[in-house]
Design a protein. Structure first.
Length: 133
């Protein structure tokens, strides 16, 4: 069978979103590049944040808590959170520059709809499995 190339669910969502925005080929390419770069940067930042949180949990779970060491880790956690938020702001600015105001607002609306649909699926699955009563 001469199969089709398998497309990830992330790519399927991106294709639907791009289709709804009626973007040029150049904009599509810029967005794909920007999103891949953003995804990778956020992954690194989240990993660093998780690492710092694990270190803090180890510190506060020990019999003798080193407050000075905990304070340093808390500062590192706050710094990592700041970097995550700054990256989100930068990403939004970059999206706005590529898309323009109208398409940027459309994209935000599509993301909101997608997020709500995902939340509805999660809640529906909780009821099916008997997790929520």
């Amino acid at each position: 069978m001469q199969g089709r190339k398998r497309v990830s669910s992330r790519e399927q969502v991106a294709q639907r979103i791009f289709k709804n925005l009626n973007l040029t080929d150049a904009q599509n390419e810029q967005l794909r590049s920007l999103m891949a770069k953003y995804r990778e940067q956020m992954k690194l930042l989240r990993n660093e944040l998780q690492k710092q949180r694990r270190v803090l949990m180890d510190i506060i779970s020990s019999a003798e808590i080193d407050v000075e060491k905990a304070d340093k880790i808390i500062d590192a956690i706050v710094d990592a959170q700041r970097k995550l938020l700054e990256q989100k702001v930068k990403h939004s600015r970059d999206l706005l520059n590529i898309l323009g105001k109208e398409d940027f607002l459309k994209l935000q609306k599509l993301h909101k709809i997608q997020k709500q649909a995902r939340a509805n699926r999660v809640n529906r699955n909780k009821y099916k499995k008997g997790g929520v009563k």
